[in-house]
Ligand binder design. Structure first.
Ligand code: ARG
Length: 457
């Protein structure tokens, strides 16, 4: 039976009921709904609506229900109820009879659902932060193991300057660090309790909302009842954080797909995270990475969906807001899975150092070094840039690397070039020189690894 039957003389059309009911997805809020109900029972006791004995009885019944749903949330789906709030209330009435009917005094499903989803989001933040940390730790370990693996760094997907695989790993560490802090930031703003705002105008009972907020693990109570029941900013903020982090993971995945291609051959992804072709026996496809890249679309889609749902909604609660759940559930599940999958991808990754080194030696990625060498010999950078451009054209024609040119050949472009140019052109020198903070110099990377450990502890 619906919670609101009294006003109606006709039963709802079955098709409408199915359209309207949210239990099939909001059953995931069961634990939060029960925790909120326990908090509310205490608040009602403090204002004399319930006796201490009644509160105890309600709390015990709610705790028992909590244990049931924590063990198997799917059990809820065996019943036919409008939503999780109706389900919890009806189970409570089954257990304690008429006393259960008192619990909804002064409360509305509007402040209740706002509470439930916020409690759920807060818990997700903690879980997601754990998964981010795991991936960061895996990136640090991979960096540590690959400090001497030199590979080309790219701009425009053209070989630009040599970097190391370690430096590449730490770039993603930084993106994840920002993702982590965005979650922490969003958490602060969502840490205020909606319960006690009633349907929209506030509750008619003199509830100590600040105490209630503390009981439910919030820092404080929200300020305005109209805003509170219609606010879904925390969902949108989490979807934004999820979308941006998924974009980071997608770029991570795309880099690895390129590195893993037959053309690059820089890494070999493990059998644990690749799959075969039904037709081509030789294939080993980077499906885990492709799916991370692909799933980014649905997470960003959920963000757009939610923004559009809220756009133009008049205050206060509207049923449109029920559409917040499937999107956030799916997006955060997906983000969580992708973080874990990215960690797994790095688990047994093999960096093919001969290949990365060979590629780093190609493509004239030491050309900037030659320009800097000329600068050190007193030639203005703009001129030296031009001279080196001509040297590169010549070297391409000769099909030689810069360091393979003879001194006589170099001198045709500028007489200041001497034997001391050769060590400057080595990969090691390219790396060593990038020694300002944030650069790829081995010493800086070692320090960055140590700092990353502290920052992600
Ligand atoms: N299932 C609803 C939701 O998710 C719960 C709140 C219902 N409130 C109401 N006034 N019908 O938003």
């Amino acid at each position: 039976m619906a919670l609101w039957g009294g006003r109606f003389t006709q039963a709802a059309d079955q098709r409408f009921k199915q359209f309207n009911d949210s239990l099939v997805f909001d059953y995931r809020l069961a634990e939060q709904d029960i925790e909120g109900s326990i908090g509310w029972s205490k608040a009602l006791t403090a204002v004399g609506v319930l006796t201490a004995a009644e509160q105890q009885q309600l709390e015990q019944a709610l705790q028992a229900l909590h244990a049931v749903v924590a063990a198997d949330p799917q059990i809820i789906l065996q019943d036919d109820h409008e939503d999780i709030h109706s389900w919890v209330e009806s189970k409570l009435i089954e257990k304690v009879g008429d006393l259960g009917k008192k619990l909804h005094t002064g409360r509305s499903r509007n402040d209740q659902v706002a509470l439930d989803i916020k409690l759920w989001c807060k818990r997700q933040v903690t879980e997601l932060q754990k998964s981010i940390r795991q991936l960061q730790h895996k990136l640090i370990a991979t960096a540590e193991a690959n400090q001497s693996a030199v590979m080309p760094g790219y701009t425009h997907l053209q070989r630009a300057q040599p970097v190391t695989f370690a430096h590449w790993c730490l770039a993603y560490f930084e993106m994840l660090e920002r993702d982590y802090s965005r979650l922490a930031d969003a958490y602060q703003r969502m840490n205020s309790c909606p319960l006690g705002c009633g349907a929209l105008a506030g509750t008619a009972y003199p509830i100590d909302r600040e105490q209630l907020a503390l009981d439910l693990g919030f820092a404080s109570a929200t300020h305005n009842s109209l805003d509170t029941v219609s606010d879904r900013d925390h969902i949108i903020e989490l979807l934004s954080a999820a979308s941006l982090s998924m974009v980071h993971l997608s770029r991570f995945a795309e880099d690895l797909i390129i590195f893993n291609s037959g053309e690059a051959n820089f890494v070999e992804l493990s059998d644990k995270v690749t799959s075969g072709s039904s037709l081509m026996p030789q294939k080993k496809n980077p499906d885990a990475c492709e799916l991370i890249r692909g799933k980014t679309g649905r997470v960003v889609g959920a963000l757009n969906g939610m923004l559009m749902t809220v756009k133009g909604l008049p205050l206060a609660y509207n049923k449109d807001m029920q559409e917040d759940k499937e999107g956030i559930f799916d997006a955060l599940d997906t983000w969580h899975d992708c973080l874990d999958m990215a960690t797994l991808v790095l688990d047994d990754i093999k960096v093919n150092r001969e290949k990365t080194q060979e590629a780093a030696l190609k493509g004239y990625s030491n050309a900037t070094e030659l320009a800097d060498y000329l600068v050190a010999k007193g030639i203005p950078f703009r001129d030296s840039h031009h001279i080196v451009g001509e040297v590169v054209v010549y070297a391409i024609q000769q099909q030689k690397a810069l360091e393979a040119l003879s001194l006589e050949e170099f001198k045709r472009f500028n007489s200041v070039i001497e034997h001391d140019v050769y060590p400057i052109l080595s990969l090691q020198s390219c790396l060593d020189k990038r020694c300002a903070k944030g650069g790829v110099a081995p010493q800086r990377v070692t320090e960055a690894i140590a700092a990353a450990k502290v920052r992600s502890a």
